[in-house]
Design a binder for this molecule. Structure first.
Ligand code: GLN
Length: 267
């Protein structure tokens, strides 16, 4: 179900990061390795968001349809280099439209957001949570898709002033409490910190001397990111993140905590 990538590090071409590597996000659109919970390919659209130097509001390019079929993407990706990027390829949840507005990353102000997963029975299964949104927040829903609604719930918490990692965790807890079989790998960034969760989908983290990446599936790092002088040299290792984790990473540090407290064993 969908694949996403978050990157913080030295400026790198979007084509070098997302299109050219072995098992790139582009390759994951037609040959993903670790799809869970239905879906075999990610051909229902894609999106890329990135930050320009000294500009807090990200830029974005999204399109409906398979990533490989977009004639404009190679030129756009070759023309843009960025030090903070989110990319996503989409496998649409059942009965949702294949439109570019349903594709991650979603954005507002400084944020880019992606959801890898689905919320069965939405919006009815989330009615108690939707009740907390005001009419403007509902009107701003970009597309009739579960991920856009999850983004509205998370934005609500961010707007209320929750620290971003708390907002991500609390949104996930709200949703999975209401819908226990929801799949909720979330990814949020402001261009300085990546916040990601694992909730029934795959995620790996890779840190180099100057960069950090989170991705649904590991891929070969471009030399500009791995720090290696030539392609094919030893790659920094990807580490698989166990289920039920919150990952917070900036360009220097990574932390990983459990999303739910483990109850103390009874004595
Ligand atoms: N639920 C989202 C959508 O339909 C994401 C789907 C996914 O992770 N496969 O776009």
């Amino acid at each position: 179900m969908c694949r996403h990538v978050g990157y913080l590090g030295p400026r790198v071409g979007l084509d070098e990061l997302l299109l050219r590597p072995a098992h790139s996000l582009l390759e994951q659109s037609w040959a993903p390795n670790d799809m869970r919970g239905g879906g075999t390919v990610n051909v229902d659209g894609f999106g890329v968001g990135w930050y320009q130097p000294a500009t807090p509001v990200p830029k974005r390019y999204r399109a409906a349809g398979p990533m490989w079929a977009d004639d404009n993407l190679p030129d756009v990706a070759e023309s843009v280099a960025a030090g903070a990027v989110v990319g996503a390829v989409r496998s649409a949840s059942r009965s949702t439209p294949v439109v570019h507005t349903a594709c991650a990353p979603f954005t507002a102000g400084p944020w880019l957001f992606s959801h890898n997963g689905r919320v069965p029975g939405w919006p009815h299964s989330l009615v108690d949570l939707v009740d907390k949104l005001d009419s403007t927040e509902l009107a701003e829903l970009e597309a009739p898709v579960d991920s856009a609604l999850v983004w509205a719930l998370l934005r609500h918490r961010l707007t209320e002033g929750s620290p971003p990692a708390d907002a991500v965790r609390d949104t996930l807890v709200d949703v999975v409490t209401a819908v226990p079989d929801a799949r909720m790998n979330l990814l949020l960034t402001d261009g300085n910190t990546l916040i990601a969760t694992t909730w029934t989908h795959s995620l790996s983290v890779c840190r180099t001397a100057e960069a950090v990446l989170v991705a649904s599936e590991p891929f070969e790092l471009p030399p500009a990111v791995s720090g290696e002088a030539h392609a094919g040299a030893e790659q920094p290792p990807w580490e698989s993140v166990p289920d039920g984790c919150l990952v917070v990473a900036d360009r220097v540090t990574t932390s990983r905590t459990a999303l739910f407290e483990t109850p103390e064993p009874e004595s």
